[in-house]
Design a protein around this ligand. Sequence first.
Ligand code: 9WN
Length: 433
Amino acid sequence: MENLQEKAKEILNNNWKGSFSIPCANLYPFQWKWDSGFIAIGLAHFNMQNAEKEIETLLDAQWDNGFIPHIIFHTENDSYFPGANFHRSELHPLSSKKYKSTGMTQPPVTGFVLEDMYKISKDKSQTLQYLKTVIDKVYFNHEYFYNNRDPKNEGLVYIYHNWESGTDNSPIWDDIWATMNPPEYTFERRDTTHVDASERPSKREYDHYLHIIEIAKANNYSDEKIAELSPFLVQDPLFNAMLIKSNESLINLYEEIGGNADKIDQLKKWQEQSIKSFKDKLFDDELGAYIHYDLRNEKPLRHLTSSSFSPLFANIPSQERADKMVKVMLEKFGGEHQYLCASFDPDSDRFNPKKYWRGPVWVNLNWMLFYGLKNYGYNDVSERVKQDTISIVEKNGFYEYFDSRKEMHTNGKAGYGGGDFSWSAALLLDMLN
Ligand code: 9WN
């Protein structure tokens, strides 16, 4: 175990670029929003200064409306497509003047990351001083979400692009692609020069990804216009669970800091409505877990994914529902030949255990399940998730994602996507501490 921890630290040190971290070399050469959060948790265990800097840099790229972009292009680098010149964040009148970025976001993990950093810190008063300098920016980001991403005032925010979900090519999105018919674009992919194409999304999927961005760009990334026109408009349980978890953390931290009664009050109001709508709208009784909702076409997207169980991490379900969810997780995803937790329903014909978010196990989702299961007293299942994560990393290395089928892990080739991947290192380090 000590070796694993040393290797994890080495990866994080290598992926540190002076003021932020990259998710991994070549494949992802910039700073990504939710990666940054997970990475900061790992860094906090052995280098609090870098953890603080990581988040500070991310927040420095915040737009004047509170929005935080999903990729911040700190350098000119053409090993990634689509880059800054495609995304053109400058089209939005309130975008950062200092950094080029995308015009989309990623799951709002930063709030709970700050609380985790505080919990990990050995010098609480120093960390509290730091938190005072950054917490309002995260609050402003939540304000952005509730004011701009919730057109019907439900307390549930939408995402307008699959890249905003973080679970890019999940089979869930197939249902949305079936409602669209984008042009066949000509472009040069870079991802498949770094990683085998069988582990990445298809060309046709990329046409859809680019098309949604073209629509957003034609409207200068206006939230109002996107809500009106984007063919992709989804309430995602993972994204909303992260927001709820982060709201809770902001309340806890503001209480620790003292004062800020108005912000605490507002956060509690958001919490109340968000949790209620989340429970009422996103739980699928028949499937026994949470699902996505297609706001554009007004219909539930009835599939089981690892995101379906992420509300456990945010303490959203009642104990009764949690019991039901764990039963479904073990029955469908936890057979003796499977590592927990596949990213998509292994019984579905859309399941592909090698292809990115269509089946493989991801360390960040496992990390959430590890803590989420503990919240509900499922200590054995939580321990299994941890041991499964250790096994797949020990057998293959710190890959981006892993085959969920145990039988594939015999020759060390069941790790896929990027290697020496930062959040796999950071979150395993956290689970081992
Ligand atoms: C697009 C960086 C990111 C993660 C996402 C993961 C992958 C990017 C891509 O890599 O997405 O954002 O080009 O495939 O799906 O969750 O944040 O690690």
